[in-house]
Design a protein around this ligand. Structure first.
Ligand SMILES: *Cc1c(COP(=O)(O)O)cnc(C)c1O
Length: 445
């Protein structure tokens, strides 16, 4: 018993340490991690009963609750419907499913549903080596769990993008049921509108994975997948979209074919892949949607500006930032080759010692079997932007990173600078400070 108790005490201590380490003492540049506002966090803390409930059942073609198998759902039904309606309104579409617990879950249900609807097991995807998510790949969810056959888009490494002309040939030859766009190393908008007609010609659905860029899309930057021809958007709700961890699928029941696809996706959500749907996150997701409606444009524009500023500044200071000729990025992230500074693993570790947290990343031209020694870093700016960093603050942060990378200073010295810098940015902007503040805002507009 004593050992057990000791473990519990250590567990509580570690979780307290974690909260102050990552939230107060480190600068976070991991491109896949969003930053929730005080209002979103407060809403989560006010939803603790909901967090323990179940709502299994079917939804209708508007994404609303049609049937639930448990009693006691009087308010839960409203919560599910309103959250779904807010996401539909924000992304101007006719259907959404907010029951997905993660981006991977959204992909699972969508890929399964669309392969059932198209009666076709082939899927054209971005190569994993060029930034697709593992869930798109034959080595991950798509191939190893769903048994789909992957065919790769042709990727142009110089453009850091899918080659639309060559991929058109691939799609025509492969005749897939699904064509996907989007990825995790994602610097430039993918050619959805260029490939829409070809996908239509072969009868394929277009699924756009917006996990990384959903907040940018909400803010009206990067690209508008629905306007360009995407049939479905799958996403997580916690990367550039600053909601609680979860997933979402968006679509439009515009015709019989899409209605059928939606029904198959819903079937793939329940009963195929979900029992409890983590309902406690839904009210907080609604607050995050409100924040994106109110602040999303400013937040998205500043995020991209900060990423571009970092790209330019690091480049000018001797770091090989990819895609210089294209302005480095149009998203929240940049890709950097640090082989001249000891490689991605070494640099990421040195920066962590200085309390700058980011991730090493394989670049498309790296040996893909050597996952431990990539030459790259992926650096994301959505967190620091939400904490109020503007262009000059970004340059200052880059100077601190350069001090570590060029060994001008010991990482432990830089760590003190980072802790001081973090103290200056102790607020979360582009959001509401409390649920009360969000309520007041809603009552005045
Ligand atoms: C992160 C990511 C996912 C998975 O999202 P989770 O919520 O972590 O499961 C799916 N697709 C892409 C492109 C991603 O970057």
């Amino acid at each position: 018993m004593q050992e057990f108790s000791k473990l519990v005490l250590k567990l509580i201590e570690a979780s307290r340490n974690h909260e102050s380490y990552r939230d107060k003492e480190c600068i976070n540049l991991i491109a896949s991690e969003g930053l929730k506002s005080p209002a979103v966090n407060q809403m989560l803390s006010l939803s603790t009963d909901l967090e323990g409930r179940y709502a299994e059942g079917e939804n209708d073609l508007e994404g609303h609750v049609k049937k639930r198998y448990y009693q006691g759902q009087k308010y839960m039904k409203i919560i599910e419907n309103y959250t779904t309606d807010l996401m539909k309104a924000l992304f101007k579409c006719g259907w959404a499913d907010s029951r997905l617990v993660s981006g991977t879950h959204a992909n699972l249900a969508t890929f399964k549903g669309l392969s059932l609807a198209s009666k076709n097991r082939k899927m054209v995807v971005t190569p994993l080596s060029c930034g697709a998510h593992i869930s798109h790949d034959y080595a991950g969810l798509a191939g190893s769990i769903l048994g789909l056959e992957n065919i790769n888009h042709v990727y142009n490494i110089d453009e850091f993008n899918i080659d639309p002309d060559k991929s058109a040939h691939v799609i025509r030859a492969a005749k897939p049921g699904i064509v996907t766009f989007g990825g995790s190393l994602f610097l430039f908008p993918h050619p959805v509108k260029e490939l829409k007609a070809v996908a239509e010609e072969v009868g394929a659905f277009i699924a756009y994975d917006a996990s990384h860029v959903l907040g940018l899309i909400a803010g009206g930057v990067f690209q508008d997948p629905f306007a360009e021809g995407a049939d479905f958007i799958t996403s997580s709700t916690h990367k550039t979209f600053p909601g609680p961890q979860g997933g979402i699928i968006l679509g439009n029941p515009k015709n019989k074919r899409l209605e059928k696809a939606i029904k198959k996706i819903q079937f793939a959500v329940f009963p195929l892949s979900a029992s409890n749907t983590h309902l406690g996150r839904l009210p907080a997701l609604g607050i995050a949607a409100l924040e994106m409606k109110r602040f999303g444009k400013d937040l998205a524009q500043q995020t991209v500006k900060n990423a571009q500023t970092a790209g330019q500044y690091l480049y000018e200071n001797g770091v090989k930032v990819l895609c210089e000729s294209k302005g480095f990025t149009q998203s929240h992230q940049i890709a950097v080759d640090v082989c001249n500074f000891g490689g991605g693993k070494k640099v990421a570790q040195d920066l962590e010692d200085a309390n700058i947290v980011l991730n090493k990343n394989l670049l498309p031209y790296n040996n893909q079997n050597d996952r431990d020694n990539p030459s790259g870093l992926r650096i994301g700016f959505q967190d620091v932007t939400r904490r109020g960093f503007k262009e000059n603050d970004i340059k200052h942060l880059c100077d601190l990173m350069l001090n570590v990378m060029k060994k001008k200073k010991n990482p432990l010295e830089v760590k003190d600078d980072i802790i001081e810098l973090k103290k200056e940015f102790d607020q979360v902007l582009y959001g509401f400070q409390s649920v009360e503040e969000a309520i007041k805002y809603c009552e005045t507009v």
